[in-house]
Design a protein around this ligand. Structure first.
Ligand SMILES: [Zn+2]
Length: 330
Protein backbone atom coordinates (compact mmCIF):
# COMPACT_ATOMS: atom_id res chain seq x y z
CA UNK A 1 0.00 0.00 0.00
CA UNK A 2 1.24 3.47 -0.82
CA UNK A 3 1.71 5.46 2.29
CA UNK A 4 3.65 8.38 3.57
CA UNK A 5 5.06 9.26 6.94
CA UNK A 6 2.97 11.85 8.62
CA UNK A 7 4.17 15.38 8.15
CA UNK A 8 4.28 17.98 10.87
CA UNK A 9 2.45 20.27 8.49
CA UNK A 10 -0.60 17.98 8.49
CA UNK A 11 -3.20 20.02 10.37
CA UNK A 12 -4.66 17.12 12.30
CA UNK A 13 -1.48 15.62 13.66
CA UNK A 14 -1.19 15.41 17.43
CA UNK A 15 2.22 16.18 18.88
CA UNK A 16 2.95 12.61 19.96
CA UNK A 17 2.45 11.14 16.53
CA UNK A 18 5.86 9.61 15.84
CA UNK A 19 4.31 6.35 14.67
CA UNK A 20 1.25 7.73 12.97
CA UNK A 21 0.66 7.14 9.27
CA UNK A 22 -1.82 8.47 6.74
CA UNK A 23 -3.03 6.44 3.79
CA UNK A 24 -3.77 7.86 0.37
CA UNK A 25 -7.36 8.67 1.31
CA UNK A 26 -6.23 10.74 4.25
CA UNK A 27 -7.19 8.14 6.86
CA UNK A 28 -4.93 8.00 9.88
CA UNK A 29 -3.70 4.79 11.37
CA UNK A 30 -1.27 3.85 14.04
CA UNK A 31 -1.40 0.07 14.05
CA UNK A 32 -1.23 -2.39 11.20
CA UNK A 33 -1.70 -6.17 10.94
CA UNK A 34 -0.71 -8.02 14.15
CA UNK A 35 -0.23 -4.73 16.04
CA UNK A 36 -3.76 -3.68 15.06
CA UNK A 37 -5.10 -7.01 16.28
CA UNK A 38 -3.33 -6.65 19.62
CA UNK A 39 -4.66 -3.12 20.18
CA UNK A 40 -8.19 -4.13 19.19
CA UNK A 41 -8.27 -7.23 21.42
CA UNK A 42 -7.06 -5.12 24.33
CA UNK A 43 -10.21 -2.99 24.13
CA UNK A 44 -12.43 -6.06 24.18
CA UNK A 45 -10.80 -7.83 27.14
CA UNK A 46 -14.03 -7.79 29.18
CA UNK A 47 -16.06 -9.21 26.29
CA UNK A 48 -14.73 -12.70 25.51
CA UNK A 49 -17.26 -13.39 22.76
CA UNK A 50 -16.50 -10.10 21.07
CA UNK A 51 -12.80 -10.75 21.48
CA UNK A 52 -13.05 -14.16 19.79
CA UNK A 53 -14.98 -12.66 16.88
CA UNK A 54 -12.56 -9.75 16.63
CA UNK A 55 -9.59 -12.14 16.50
CA UNK A 56 -11.24 -13.99 13.61
CA UNK A 57 -11.90 -10.74 11.74
CA UNK A 58 -8.37 -9.44 12.37
CA UNK A 59 -6.88 -12.71 11.08
CA UNK A 60 -9.07 -12.55 7.98
CA UNK A 61 -7.84 -9.07 7.03
CA UNK A 62 -4.30 -9.87 8.19
CA UNK A 63 -1.68 -7.33 7.23
CA UNK A 64 -4.29 -5.27 5.39
CA UNK A 65 -6.01 -4.25 8.63
CA UNK A 66 -5.24 -0.73 9.82
CA UNK A 67 -6.36 0.62 13.17
CA UNK A 68 -6.45 4.01 14.82
CA UNK A 69 -7.87 5.22 18.11
CA UNK A 70 -8.25 8.77 19.32
CA UNK A 71 -10.45 10.69 21.74
CA UNK A 72 -10.50 13.58 19.26
CA UNK A 73 -12.51 11.62 16.69
CA UNK A 74 -16.14 12.74 16.43
CA UNK A 75 -17.33 9.16 15.95
CA UNK A 76 -16.02 5.72 15.06
CA UNK A 77 -15.66 4.65 11.44
CA UNK A 78 -14.63 1.89 9.14
CA UNK A 79 -13.38 1.87 5.60
CA UNK A 80 -12.62 -0.76 3.00
CA UNK A 81 -10.44 0.22 0.11
CA UNK A 82 -9.93 -1.68 -3.14
CA UNK A 83 -7.77 -1.20 -6.18
CA UNK A 84 -10.01 -1.51 -9.21
CA UNK A 85 -8.16 -2.34 -12.43
CA UNK A 86 -7.09 -5.02 -11.85
CA UNK A 87 -9.20 -5.58 -8.79
CA UNK A 88 -7.22 -6.15 -5.63
CA UNK A 89 -7.66 -5.68 -1.91
CA UNK A 90 -6.00 -2.58 -0.55
CA UNK A 91 -6.91 -2.22 3.11
CA UNK A 92 -9.59 -2.32 5.79
CA UNK A 93 -9.36 0.44 8.36
CA UNK A 94 -11.10 0.97 11.70
CA UNK A 95 -11.01 4.25 13.58
CA UNK A 96 -12.23 4.12 17.17
CA UNK A 97 -13.39 7.15 19.10
CA UNK A 98 -12.01 6.91 22.64
CA UNK A 99 -13.41 8.57 25.73
CA UNK A 100 -17.03 7.49 25.31
CA UNK A 101 -19.16 5.20 27.49
CA UNK A 102 -19.42 2.65 24.67
CA UNK A 103 -15.86 2.14 23.43
CA UNK A 104 -16.04 -1.67 23.27
CA UNK A 105 -19.46 -1.49 21.65
CA UNK A 106 -18.37 1.05 19.03
CA UNK A 107 -15.30 -1.03 18.19
CA UNK A 108 -17.36 -4.19 17.89
CA UNK A 109 -19.94 -2.35 15.76
CA UNK A 110 -17.27 -1.35 13.23
CA UNK A 111 -15.70 -4.82 13.27
CA UNK A 112 -19.12 -6.37 12.64
CA UNK A 113 -19.38 -4.23 9.51
CA UNK A 114 -16.08 -5.75 8.37
CA UNK A 115 -17.38 -9.21 9.29
CA UNK A 116 -20.18 -8.99 6.69
CA UNK A 117 -17.51 -9.17 3.98
CA UNK A 118 -15.79 -12.01 5.79
CA UNK A 119 -19.13 -13.86 5.77
CA UNK A 120 -19.33 -13.48 1.99
CA UNK A 121 -21.81 -10.61 1.64
CA UNK A 122 -20.93 -8.80 -1.59
CA UNK A 123 -20.60 -5.05 -1.82
CA UNK A 124 -21.39 -2.70 -4.65
CA UNK A 125 -18.37 -1.53 -6.57
CA UNK A 126 -19.38 0.30 -9.74
CA UNK A 127 -22.37 2.31 -10.89
CA UNK A 128 -23.32 4.57 -13.77
CA UNK A 129 -24.73 8.04 -13.48
CA UNK A 130 -27.01 9.05 -16.38
CA UNK A 131 -25.50 11.79 -18.51
CA UNK A 132 -28.16 14.38 -17.68
CA UNK A 133 -27.49 13.94 -13.96
CA UNK A 134 -23.73 14.18 -14.18
CA UNK A 135 -23.75 17.42 -12.15
CA UNK A 136 -25.11 15.43 -9.22
CA UNK A 137 -22.51 12.66 -9.39
CA UNK A 138 -20.96 13.72 -6.09
CA UNK A 139 -24.37 13.71 -4.39
CA UNK A 140 -25.13 10.22 -5.66
CA UNK A 141 -21.71 9.04 -4.55
CA UNK A 142 -22.53 10.30 -1.09
CA UNK A 143 -25.74 8.24 -1.01
CA UNK A 144 -24.13 4.82 -1.47
CA UNK A 145 -22.03 4.59 1.71
CA UNK A 146 -24.91 5.90 3.81
CA UNK A 147 -27.31 3.30 2.40
CA UNK A 148 -24.67 0.56 2.67
CA UNK A 149 -24.05 1.37 6.31
CA UNK A 150 -27.75 1.40 7.21
CA UNK A 151 -28.53 -1.79 5.32
CA UNK A 152 -25.61 -3.60 6.94
CA UNK A 153 -27.08 -2.79 10.35
CA UNK A 154 -29.80 -5.27 9.41
CA UNK A 155 -27.06 -7.90 9.03
CA UNK A 156 -25.11 -7.20 12.21
CA UNK A 157 -27.63 -6.03 14.80
CA UNK A 158 -28.60 -9.50 16.06
CA UNK A 159 -24.94 -10.53 16.31
CA UNK A 160 -24.26 -7.43 18.39
CA UNK A 161 -27.04 -8.41 20.80
CA UNK A 162 -25.93 -12.08 20.85
CA UNK A 163 -22.47 -11.01 21.99
CA UNK A 164 -24.13 -9.61 25.10
CA UNK A 165 -24.09 -5.91 24.34
CA UNK A 166 -27.03 -3.68 25.18
CA UNK A 167 -29.27 -2.65 22.28
CA UNK A 168 -29.03 0.98 23.37
CA UNK A 169 -25.28 0.91 22.67
CA UNK A 170 -25.49 -0.30 19.10
CA UNK A 171 -25.57 3.24 17.71
CA UNK A 172 -23.70 6.16 19.22
CA UNK A 173 -26.39 8.69 18.46
CA UNK A 174 -29.23 9.50 16.10
CA UNK A 175 -28.38 12.38 13.80
CA UNK A 176 -31.24 14.87 13.93
CA UNK A 177 -33.13 15.97 10.83
CA UNK A 178 -32.69 19.27 9.01
CA UNK A 179 -35.61 21.70 8.80
CA UNK A 180 -37.83 19.62 6.50
CA UNK A 181 -40.66 22.16 6.47
CA UNK A 182 -38.44 24.92 5.08
CA UNK A 183 -36.74 22.56 2.65
CA UNK A 184 -40.08 21.31 1.34
CA UNK A 185 -41.57 24.77 0.84
CA UNK A 186 -38.36 25.94 -0.88
CA UNK A 187 -38.42 22.92 -3.18
CA UNK A 188 -42.07 23.40 -4.15
CA UNK A 189 -41.52 27.07 -5.03
CA UNK A 190 -38.15 26.72 -6.76
CA UNK A 191 -37.90 26.40 -10.53
CA UNK A 192 -34.37 25.00 -10.09
CA UNK A 193 -35.44 22.06 -7.95
CA UNK A 194 -34.40 18.80 -9.64
CA UNK A 195 -36.79 16.06 -8.70
CA UNK A 196 -34.36 13.44 -10.04
CA UNK A 197 -31.99 14.12 -7.16
CA UNK A 198 -34.60 15.51 -4.76
CA UNK A 199 -36.66 12.32 -4.69
CA UNK A 200 -33.73 10.08 -3.69
CA UNK A 201 -32.69 12.65 -1.10
CA UNK A 202 -36.13 12.67 0.58
CA UNK A 203 -36.35 8.89 0.41
CA UNK A 204 -32.96 8.52 2.05
CA UNK A 205 -33.88 11.01 4.77
CA UNK A 206 -36.94 8.91 5.54
CA UNK A 207 -35.04 5.66 5.26
CA UNK A 208 -32.19 6.62 7.60
CA UNK A 209 -34.66 7.51 10.35
CA UNK A 210 -37.08 4.67 9.76
CA UNK A 211 -34.47 1.89 9.72
CA UNK A 212 -32.94 3.26 12.92
CA UNK A 213 -36.23 2.53 14.70
CA UNK A 214 -35.17 -1.09 14.37
CA UNK A 215 -31.74 -0.50 15.93
CA UNK A 216 -32.33 2.11 18.61
CA UNK A 217 -34.28 2.47 21.84
CA UNK A 218 -36.12 5.78 21.93
CA UNK A 219 -38.85 7.72 20.20
CA UNK A 220 -36.63 9.94 18.02
CA UNK A 221 -36.23 7.90 14.81
CA UNK A 222 -39.99 7.30 14.44
CA UNK A 223 -40.71 10.98 14.97
CA UNK A 224 -38.06 12.05 12.47
CA UNK A 225 -39.21 9.45 9.90
CA UNK A 226 -42.81 10.70 10.13
CA UNK A 227 -41.59 14.26 9.69
CA UNK A 228 -39.47 13.38 6.63
CA UNK A 229 -42.39 11.51 5.04
CA UNK A 230 -44.91 14.25 5.81
CA UNK A 231 -42.86 17.05 4.25
CA UNK A 232 -41.25 14.90 1.55
CA UNK A 233 -44.72 13.86 0.35
CA UNK A 234 -45.61 17.53 -0.16
CA UNK A 235 -42.81 17.69 -2.73
CA UNK A 236 -43.11 14.12 -4.04
CA UNK A 237 -46.58 12.60 -3.49
CA UNK A 238 -45.32 9.23 -4.75
CA UNK A 239 -43.04 9.00 -1.72
CA UNK A 240 -45.82 7.41 0.34
CA UNK A 241 -46.05 4.39 -1.95
CA UNK A 242 -42.28 4.17 -2.33
CA UNK A 243 -41.61 4.22 1.41
CA UNK A 244 -44.25 1.50 1.89
CA UNK A 245 -42.35 -0.66 -0.61
CA UNK A 246 -39.06 0.11 1.13
CA UNK A 247 -40.49 -0.93 4.49
CA UNK A 248 -41.89 -4.13 2.99
CA UNK A 249 -38.52 -4.97 1.45
CA UNK A 250 -36.58 -4.51 4.69
CA UNK A 251 -39.20 -6.13 6.94
CA UNK A 252 -39.37 -9.20 4.70
CA UNK A 253 -35.85 -10.04 5.91
CA UNK A 254 -34.57 -10.86 2.42
CA UNK A 255 -31.45 -8.77 2.91
CA UNK A 256 -29.99 -11.46 5.14
CA UNK A 257 -29.91 -13.82 2.15
CA UNK A 258 -26.24 -13.56 1.25
CA UNK A 259 -26.66 -15.02 -2.24
CA UNK A 260 -29.42 -12.59 -3.25
CA UNK A 261 -28.17 -9.63 -1.24
CA UNK A 262 -26.92 -7.71 -4.29
CA UNK A 263 -30.29 -8.02 -6.03
CA UNK A 264 -32.23 -6.78 -3.03
CA UNK A 265 -29.92 -3.83 -2.45
CA UNK A 266 -30.31 -2.92 -6.11
CA UNK A 267 -34.09 -3.14 -5.68
CA UNK A 268 -33.81 -0.71 -2.77
CA UNK A 269 -31.73 1.66 -4.92
CA UNK A 270 -34.27 1.43 -7.73
CA UNK A 271 -37.13 2.23 -5.35
CA UNK A 272 -35.24 5.34 -4.29
CA UNK A 273 -34.46 6.13 -7.96
CA UNK A 274 -30.72 5.93 -7.33
CA UNK A 275 -28.59 4.27 -10.06
CA UNK A 276 -28.09 0.66 -9.10
CA UNK A 277 -24.74 -1.08 -8.87
CA UNK A 278 -23.51 -2.62 -12.08
CA UNK A 279 -20.61 -4.48 -10.50
CA UNK A 280 -20.39 -6.24 -7.16
CA UNK A 281 -17.39 -7.70 -5.42
CA UNK A 282 -16.81 -10.16 -2.64
CA UNK A 283 -13.79 -11.08 -0.55
CA UNK A 284 -12.23 -14.40 0.41
CA UNK A 285 -9.30 -15.09 2.68
CA UNK A 286 -6.03 -15.30 0.82
CA UNK A 287 -2.43 -16.28 1.30
CA UNK A 288 0.13 -13.95 2.88
CA UNK A 289 -2.50 -12.33 5.12
CA UNK A 290 -4.05 -10.46 2.19
CA UNK A 291 -7.73 -11.04 1.33
CA UNK A 292 -8.58 -11.78 -2.29
CA UNK A 293 -11.27 -9.81 -4.12
CA UNK A 294 -13.51 -11.19 -6.83
CA UNK A 295 -16.19 -9.64 -9.00
CA UNK A 296 -19.59 -11.24 -8.79
CA UNK A 297 -20.75 -12.80 -12.04
CA UNK A 298 -24.37 -11.87 -12.53
CA UNK A 299 -26.81 -12.02 -15.40
CA UNK A 300 -27.73 -8.36 -15.23
CA UNK A 301 -24.15 -7.27 -15.70
CA UNK A 302 -24.01 -4.00 -17.59
CA UNK A 303 -21.21 -3.38 -20.00
CA UNK A 304 -21.37 0.04 -21.70
CA UNK A 305 -19.21 -1.16 -24.59
CA UNK A 306 -20.65 -4.61 -24.85
CA UNK A 307 -23.77 -6.39 -25.96
CA UNK A 308 -25.96 -5.48 -23.01
CA UNK A 309 -26.95 -2.09 -24.36
CA UNK A 310 -30.65 -2.88 -23.87
CA UNK A 311 -30.01 -2.62 -20.15
CA UNK A 312 -28.25 0.67 -20.62
CA UNK A 313 -31.20 2.14 -22.45
CA UNK A 314 -33.33 1.81 -19.38
CA UNK A 315 -30.84 3.98 -17.54
CA UNK A 316 -30.22 6.62 -20.18
CA UNK A 317 -26.89 7.51 -21.69
CA UNK A 318 -24.18 6.82 -19.21
CA UNK A 319 -20.93 8.66 -19.14
CA UNK A 320 -20.08 8.64 -15.51
CA UNK A 321 -18.49 5.43 -14.41
CA UNK A 322 -17.90 5.56 -10.70
CA UNK A 323 -16.61 3.50 -7.85
CA UNK A 324 -18.35 3.37 -4.54
CA UNK A 325 -16.40 5.16 -1.85
CA UNK A 326 -16.66 2.76 1.06
CA UNK A 327 -16.05 4.89 4.07
CA UNK A 328 -18.57 4.70 6.81
CA UNK A 329 -19.41 6.28 10.09
CA UNK A 330 -20.94 4.29 12.97
ZN1 LIG B 1 -22.73 1.10 11.39
Amino acid sequence: MKQREISKSDPYVPNDSKNLYVNMEGWRYKYKGPAAKKAILHHLEHWPQAQALAAEICDFYGNCLLYYEDSNLESSHYQINLKHDPIEFNHACVQLQLGTSRTAEALCHELLHLSTRMCGFPFGEKFFIPHDLIDYAATYMGFYPVIGNLVEHELIFEKFIDIGFDKRNFLGCISPPPDYKTLASTAVKSSFYRKEIGFPWWCLEYFRHWISIRHWIGYEPALYADCALFWGSKVHPSMKATTRNIRDLIESGVLTDRKQYHRHVNTLLELMKIPKFTEWTFIKSGKDSTPLVYRLAHKEKINPNGSNSHVLKTMGTTLKHGFQPISLSE
